[in-house]
Design a protein. Structure first.
Length: 93
């Protein structure tokens, strides 16, 4: 009976160690993926802000913004960039 208990506990311990290693490796992969997406979002945010600055420089006299036909598209682009900026804005805690 004692030998059976030792064998059972050894098998359970081995299984636990293997599962913990697999979970740890999966966690490392998930952290690497999160870092990749974080870098991608930061780069994308920088591009959105750069585009925003260029749009404002092009329209410093507000000619696009006030034109009826072009103004609608300009306002839509402006709203889209603002929405993207809000979603990718870095939060400080």
């Amino acid at each position: 009976m004692l030998i059976f208990l030792v064998i059972l506990l050894s098998v359970l311990l081995t299984a636990s160690i293997v599962l913990n290693i697999l979970i740890w490796k999966a966690g490392e992969r998930q952290l690497a993926i999160n870092e990749l997406y974080s870098n991608w979002i930061s780069d994308w945010r920088a591009q959105v802000l750069k585009t925003w600055v260029h749009m404002k420089m092009l329209d410093e006299r507000q000619m696009f913004e006030k034109d009826d036909e072009v103004g609608i598209v300009f306002q839509d682009m402006k709203a889209l960039i603002q929405s993207l900026n809000d979603r990718t804005e870095e939060t400080t805690e």
